[in-house]
Design a protein around this ligand. Structure first.
Ligand code: PLP
Length: 391
């Protein structure tokens, strides 16, 4: 006679565990599907009349928790979490664009965004034009009859140009074009593009929102209508965010304000130190008064230039390599936004797909170093950089 051994195994862990107390932190809902008591509830949940979840790709409690907090921080009506920053950008494109349309992308955007637009969208009949000048007048003249969207970054990587979002938003609104702003590098601690007139905010939550170099995630924020359409698109395309990654990102966000406060203060101190260093030819940091768009930083970002900066070391690639090899605790890692200070070499990493001539045109030299300031003691970061430059 069967002792139900196999059946008991198959139903392992299903008995409810009663509790009068509640978890202090949202648990990780590691389930890909929900059970329904009857067909009426299926209809109710599917049609949004009853609360409930359906299936992982449609969203889980952890992804909704992340979406709610980012919508709140970015002052959007709603948000949508995706499996990476690139997934979020693709979902935004697929929501807004169709064959025959055109998208304008700032040339100094993240290389992945540029190649997604230039190499993938074009295969689906969506034209992409790169704009070298993101100032409002130049964008106004670049917008054509087929343009549906303009994509810019609040602080663009690695030279940290700053866009004037209110001015761009005015131009885009007048032309009936959507303005998409990637706010990954600045974060809502510094600027909230939706409040300044942008239509959609994009984040690679892999960076400052997650904040610990241990999660890959993306998020869009915007109007309820846009996010509802983006969610439908994402459900069809498939790049939903896993529960654990959403949970990690929410945990990162709990310390976002504190981390950014320290990282931005550290970045400013490092930028000031490097500005007068004999081995440094040039510093790129929007928080310095000498930065060409510092006026926009003062007007739209409360004067805060963010936690990222770049600098040209005197000499060429050999000086850059010597500097990288001399570093001890500062890591050479091709990402940014973590609690520890990290650097990269844009010519060898984020911009290696450009030719030397193209890199020269955008101002990315062989001795350019990009630095993401962490939350360590500023003096320790500065001492290590100084020693590596002198060594
Ligand atoms: N946007 C910016 C500004 C980025 O720097 C990156 C990645 O570095 C992305 C988007 C893409 O994000 P992810 O790597 O999470 O796909």
């Amino acid at each position: 006679m069967s002792d139900h051994f196999s059946t008991d195994c198959a139903h392992a862990g299903e008995d409810p565990i009663p509790s009068e107390s509640t978890p202090a932190v949202m648990p990780i809902y590691q389930t890909s599907v929900y059970d329904f008591p009857d067909l009426g509830v299926v209809d109710g949940v599917w049609e949004g009349r009853q609360s409930g979840y359906i299936y992982g790709r449609y969203g889980l409690p952890n992804t909704f928790a992340l979406e709610n907090i980012v919508a709140k921080l970015e002052k959007g009506e709603a948000a949508l979490a995706s499996a990476s920053g690139m997934a979020s950008i693709m979902v935004a494109f697929s929501t807004l664009l169709q064959a025959g349309d055109e998208v304008l992308v700032a040339q100094d955007s993240y290389g992945g965004t540029v190649s997604l637009a230039a190499r993938e969208l074009t295969r689906f009949g969506i034209a992409t034009r790169l704009i070298i000048d993101s100032r409002s007048q130049a964008v106004q003249s670049a917008i054509g009859s087929k343009t549906r969207a303009v994509v810019v970054e609040t602080l663009s990587n690695p030279l940290w140009n700053v866009v004037d979002i209110p001015a761009l938003a005015e131009v885009c609104r007048a032309k009936g074009v959507r303005l998409l702003v990637d706010n990954t590098a600045a974060t809502p601690c510094i600027v909230r593009p939706l409040e300044l007139g942008a239509d959609v905010v994009i984040h690679s939550a892999t960076k400052f929102l997650g904040g610990h170099h241990d999660v890959t995630a993306g998020i869009l924020a915007g109007s309820r209508d846009f996010i509802a359409k983006a969610r439908e698109s994402q459900i069809r395309l498939g790049p939903s965010l896993a529960a654990f990654d959403a949970w990690l990102t929410v945990r990162g966000i709990k310390t976002l304000a504190l981390r950014m406060e320290r990282s931005c203060a550290n970045a400013l101190k490092v930028a000031k130190f490097l500005s007068s260093h004999s081995k440094v030819a040039r510093v790129y940091y929007p928080g310095l008064e000498t930065h060409p768009q510092h006026e926009i930083v003062r007007r739209t970002m409360g004067g805060n230039g963010g936690a990222m900066l770049s600098f040209d070391i005197d000499g060429g690639i050999l000086s850059a390599n010597r500097f990288v090899k001399n570093l001890k605790r500062i890591r050479f890692a091709p990402s940014f936004g973590g609690v520890t200070t990290s650097i990269t070499h844009p010519a060898k990493t984020s911009h290696r797909s450009l030719s030397g001539v193209q890199r020269g045109e955008v101002g990315i030299g062989d001795a350019l170093i990009r630095l993401s300031a962490g939350i360590e003691d500023a003096d320790d970061i500065i001492d290590e950089i100084d020693a590596a430059l002198q060594g």
